[in-house]
Design a protein around this ligand. Sequence first.
Ligand code: HEM
Length: 175
Amino acid sequence: MESLQSVLTDLNQLYPIINHWLHLMSAVIWIGGLAFLVMAVTPGLRKAVPKEYVKPIADTFYRRYKRVVGALLVVILFTGGINLYYVNQLMHAQTGLGIPNHPKYLTVFFIKLSLVVGILTLFLYTVIFKTEQTGEETPEEKEEQLREPIPYQRASLWMGLFIILCAAALKHLHQ
Ligand code: HEM
């Protein structure tokens, strides 16, 4: 009987671990992919190929990456909500009070959520609006496409980095 109980306790620990793992993995792949795009793919293409090929090649990579991010988005929102549930339970067990009674945690959480809405909006912009080359760009637009072949790629990376900063702060706002 005791061993059955310990197996069940272990299982209860397993769910939050798997959930946290999925959340972390999605964050690593999403933000890591953005960092690779900004830090390696874009400068690499600018050096390796003629100007007019930078945008079409970056678009080819991004077309595939967009599908991956679309799936990660669903996982990250779902597992984020479940994370919140487990953290709330943990806080209750430790202090007798849940997340709504921890104003610092709530503040950082809402900052994180606002940044998530921001990065989501930038991502959806690249999905909804056609951002590929038409051949009718003005010289300024061409220059911009060379600087940022994927629209808002740097702003998205910065948001991602600050989301991770918020996640780190949240972690240290409870034991
Ligand atoms: C781009 C989207 C997101 C990224 C990159 C991200 C990133 C992360 C990372 C890296 C952690 C791990 C913190 C750690 O264990 O040290 C984390 C934890 C967490 N995330 Fe997210 N997250 C995102 C979206 C969300 C969303 C939408 C929610 C809620 C609906 C959420 C809720 C949480 C919660 C509650 C934790 C646990 C924080 C704690 O330890 O108190 N996340 N997130």
